[in-house]
Design a protein around this ligand. Structure first.
Ligand code: NAD
Length: 469
């Protein structure tokens, strides 16, 4: 019987896998395809490096600050590479790099000192915050550098060592980032591993890992949690979202249209906390549809490296297939593509920015995460109906309310079942705030001091005030 050979991109050698440019659909480089059995040695080195790294918080702070400066200096090399493999416009790659260095600087602080515990008894007990050990950080392809730094900056600041696994769709800019950051750190404190599955599954379940911090889809998040259960490592999961934007009766559609459009279409809609569905009062629905469609029609779609591009391609072929499937199903369910609704007739994974009207509430483009440049706009009759529809999902990442009366908008926002609710904007996060999805959108808290504590454990020393006879 003939043996089946794995399909390999032209020019890809053994032990490496091809990286495609989503603007052409063609391979342009390769990355190491590491085998799961290589992880034992890598984790052992990370464990050894942990001993020195955890011991000196002052050295950690200066190393992270030096790393941030080095990443800034490497921006002109990082940005085009990120755009080439991810697809986003060059200006967005630079913005992603700026957020990466901002994270390194934000977390470059010593961990909190001993904290006394007072409960009225004559004991002197205190918490001493300790690091956990080697941390596995597994990230997706939509913001490869920003999400990697969101994992490794707090983990390193806390005194852990990190093994970072990027998505096989976007390994290259992350490899460069890690090499730049690592120059400022002792050896083996931050290590990148690249490869196709089952590399991530093995990393998540490796017995030497003490914290698995994962960003990606709900399905993979469940698999990661099952894997980490083997060693009972701590698990942080930042998963998908299906954020609703509710527009109130007093909203001015033309005034908010730019903000709302980009809250849905930035990064080609491939943002966990993008607006993924819009609920508008029946009276205003057609105006909202028209205002958004006008933006969709005039947005410049093109390769991220082409000057003037505002929207790049979808990152990869499976994701494009998902966007096409959701859209085709919506049209079959009776929706109308006011603009877009199809792939662009050019090489690469380009999909026309799409505004859908007359979409049934239960069509998959509404109930699932489309994660692409397609936005359904749904009419509602009263605010209770809108809030109920917004909350009627397994996801619970974010949501937003848009209107002129801010107190009324805030009262509606307070009824949303999610981790973050915005008023008159969407998806803006400060480094200092907690970021935590509820329901299927996640487990654990990232961001701000909570992100740091997620990488620390409380060690309690408990002693009497004085020795008793
Ligand atoms: P994905 O779950 O397919 O992959 C994420 C990462 O997990 C990749 O590195 C992948 O190689 C790896 N992986 C795949 N199978 C694995 C397994 N069995 N065990 C361990 N690791 C495995 O997600 P994706 O398609 O790369 O990213 C898109 C998803 O990420 C969307 O659902 C999006 O909403 C979500 N996301 C969430 C956030 C957030 O902060 N909540 C941020 C960005 C993206």
């Amino acid at each position: 019987m003939p043996t089946r050979q794995p399909r390999r991109a032209p020019g890809t050698r053994d032990g490496r896998f091809a990286v495609l440019d989503p603007a052409t659909g063609e391979a342009f480089d390769e990355a190491p395809d590491q085998r799961p059995d290589e992880l034992d040695a890598v984790v052992a080195r990370a464990h050894k490096a942990w001993r020195g790294w955890r011991a000196d918080p002052v050295a950690r702070t200066s190393a992270l600050l030096a790393a941030a400066d080095a990443v800034d200096a490497a921006g002109a090399d990082l940005a085009p590479l990120l755009t080439r493999e991810q697809g986003k416009p060059l200006a967005e790659s630079y913005a992603e790099i700026a957020r990466t260095t901002a994270r390194l600087r934000y977390f470059a602080e010593p961990v909190p000192g001993p904290q006394p515990i007072t409960d009225g008894r004559p004991v002197r007990s205190e918490i001493r915050w300790r690091s956990l050990g080697p941390v596995a950080a597994i990230v997706p392809w939509n913001f490869p550098l920003q999400l990697a730094s969101a994992k490794f900056a707090p983990a390193l600041a806390a005194g852990n060592t990190v093994l970072l696994k990027p998505s096989p769709f976007t390994p290259l800019a992350t490899r460069l980032l890690v090499s730049v950051v690592s120059d400022a750190l002792p050896p083996d404190v931050l290590t990148i591993v690249t490869g196709r599955e089952p590399l991530g599954a093995h990393l998540a379940s490796h017995p030497g890992i003490r914290h698995v911090t994962f960003t990606g889809s709900v399905t993979t998040g469940r698999a990661v949690a099952r894997g980490a259960a083997a060693s009972l490592a701590r698990v942080t999961l930042e998963l998908g979202g299906n954020d609703a934007a509710i527009l109130l009766e007093d909203v001015d559609p033309e005034r908010i249209a730019d903000r709302l459009f980009w809250a849905a279409f930035r990064n080609c809609g491939q943002v966990c906390m993008a607006v993924k569905r819009v609920y508008a009062p029946v009276r205003l629905c057609s105006q909202v549809v028209e205002a958004l469609a006008q933006r969709a029609k005039t947005t410049v779609v093109g390769a991220g490296l082409e000057p003037g591009s505002q929207l790049g391609p979808v990152n990869n072929a499976p994701q494009l297939a998902r966007v096409e499937r959701c859209t085709a199903q919506a049209l079959a369910d009776g929706a109308r593509a006011v603009t877009g609704g199809r792939r662009l007739d050019r090489p690469g994974y380009f999909f026309a920015p799409t505004i859908l009207a007359d979409v049934p509430y239960d069509s998959p483009v509404v109930t699932e995460e489309q994660f692409g440049p397609v936005l359904p706009v749904l009419p509602y009759r009263n605010i209770d109906e809108a809030v109920e529809a917004a909350n009627d999902t397994g996801f619970g990442l974010g949501g937003s309310v848009w209107g002129t009366d801010l107190d009324r908008a805030e009262a509606v926002a307070d009824r949303l079942e999610c981790g973050t609710a915005w008023i008159n904007h969407h998806a803006e996060l400060s480094l200092a705030q907690p970021f935590a999805g509820i329901k299927e959108s996640g487990v654990g808290v990232a961001g701000g001091p909570w992100g740091l504590y997620g990488n620390l454990r409380p060690f309690v020393v408990h002693r009497p005030e004085e020795e008793r006879p």
